[in-house]
Design a protein around this ligand. Structure first.
Ligand code: GAR
Length: 214
């Protein structure tokens, strides 16, 4: 069974969507640990409620990024995971950490990557008067928010949208696409080779990585 460690920094609604789908037997996998860089993350409570080890590796107490990432890596490796899932983990990871988990580290980002890498995506999309926004699941590589796509989904932007209404719409889609990608991993259907994503042996393109939900 696929062993998953989920890294969080906050609310953990994506974590919850994954836990729920595993619980409902939609995904043959086990979340073996949830690790947060802050003890305030509500996702830790979600993990405890689901009887999952909930661990804080506090980023306030370490000095350098490398030192922190080594501590994090030690905690993760105790659980011998097959997949490390970043679900709102709001830290930049060092190259050494990312390379250690090559092909096993995935992230969800609230934009239609490669558009709007980085922070405050909903505000930036509204300011640019885009007509569409979305979410992307991708492999993590050392370059921030630039790894090969696994799955994306679009949402329309309405004239009266605020960052809150738009964030809510994007979140709803995230809760569909992240568990789906994890299901594919559990079935051995997704691989990264030479910085490209292959699904069922076929290289994904921007078109085939797009799931049309709306
Ligand atoms: C999600 O919207 C996720 O896409 C975003 O943080 C939120 C976490 O929500 N991630 C990033 O911005 C990473 N760059 P959650 O804690 O409720 O799952």
């Amino acid at each position: 069974m696929l062993r998953i460690v989920v890294l969080i920094s906050g609310n953990g609604s994506n974590l919850q969507a994954i836990i729920d789908d595993i619980h409902d037997d939609e995904i043959d996998a086990q979340v073996v640990a949830v690790i947060s860089n802050t003890k305030e993350a509500y996702g830790l409570t979600r993990a405890e409620q689901a009887d999952i080890d909930a661990i804080v590796v506090d980023s306030k107490s370490t000095t350098t990024r490398d030192e922190y990432d080594q501590q994090l890596q030690q905690q993760i490796d105790k659980y011998k995971p097959d997949l490390i899932v970043l679900a709102g983990f709001m830290r930049i990871l060092s190259d050494g950490f990312v390379n250690h988990y090559h092909g096993k580290l995935i992230n969800i980002h609230p934009s239609l990557l490669p558009k709007y890498q980085g922070l405050n995506t909903h505000q930036r999309v509204l300011a640019a008067k885009d007509t569409h926004h979305g979410a992307s699941v991708h492999f993590v590589i050392p370059e921030l928010d630039a790894g090969p796509l696994i799955l994306q989904t679009e949402v329309p932007i309405h004239a009266d949208d605020t960052t809150e209404t738009l964030a809510r719409r994007v979140h709803q889609q995230e809760h569909i696409i992240y568990p789906l990608v994890i299901k594919w991993f559990s079935e051995g259907r997704i691989k990264m080779l030479e910085n490209k994503t292959f699904k069922d042996g076929n290289e994904l393109t921007p078109e085939t990585a797009m799931l049309h939900l709306i």
